[in-house]
Write a protein that binds this ligand. Structure first.
Ligand code: DX5
Ligand code: ZN
Length: 216
């Protein structure tokens, strides 16, 4: 299976958002990764659904929404209405992760679950049958441009082993510090989707950079 590339909008030029995003999509992006931060779950605030709702009118690319929001249940309907295709919520942000994933699926959207570097992959076991996507954070969430944490690769490998063993159907995604030096270990460990923000948006030749991240 070919690896998919999900450029993270957090590193886009917000003065020129439409052109910058459409250029990245034309360069070969499979998903557009959209980071919503609430200033509580993570120490940063990004933007809300209004922003990608306007982009929804401009492109059919898959919107992969990463909610770094405390009690994400409060916003799932809004995010779905704004045009998300995949909605991913943090295990650490809710007491009811199972219910949150059910809520996403009941809206006809793909449901993703994500864990921070400090959270054990074992904690995901009870919801893996519900997940369409499992995101392993390879940095502590909140900012682009941070350094990749290699020890997270064990979790990716474990998720791949469980998927084979139990016939689960989730995609495995990694997010944070993914660039031309770190991507190979992600693919080797079993990642299907690579999120990359600062590396791709700062690349002079985006098409080439996306192609390179797919080359094993
Ligand atoms: C971090 C976000 C990421 C971020 C990745 O909290 O979830 O999606 O944009 O950026 P890079 O690729 O620059 O680490
Ligand atoms: Zn993200």
């Amino acid at each position: 299976m070919n690896v998919k590339i999900a450029p993270s909008m957090l590193s886009a030029d917000f003065c020129n958002l439409e052109a910058d995003i459409l250029n990245m999509i034309e360069s070969g992006a499979d998903y557009l990764h959209i980071d919503i931060m609430d200033g509580t779950f993570v120490p940063n605030i990004s933007f809300g659904p209004m922003v990608f709702e306007s982009l929804r009118k401009k492109t059919d690319v898959i919107f992969d929404v990463h909610m770094m929001v405390e009690n994400p249940e409060r916003y799932i309907d809004l995010v779905a209405d704004a045009g998300a295709d995949i909605i991913t919520v943090h295990l650490e942000a809710t007491s009811h992760i199972h219910r949150a994933l059910q809520q996403i699926k009941s809206l006809g959207k793909k449901a993703g679950v994500v864990i921070n570097p400090g959270t054990s992959v074992e904690n995901l076991k009870a919801v893996l049958d519900l997940a369409d996507l499992v995101l392993i954070m390879t940095v502590n969430p909140g900012f682009g441009g941070q350094q990749f944490i290699e020890s997270t690769m064990e979790k990716v490998a474990q998720l791949k082993a469980w998927r084979d063993e139990y016939n689960y159907s989730y995609e495995i995604e990694v997010d944070g510090g993914v660039n031309n030096e770190t991507y190979k270990q992600c693919i080797k460990a079993g990642a299907d989707v690579l999120v990359s923000g600062s590396y791709l948006f700062n690349s002079e030749n985006r098409k080439k950079a996306i192609e390179e991240l797919k080359t094993v």
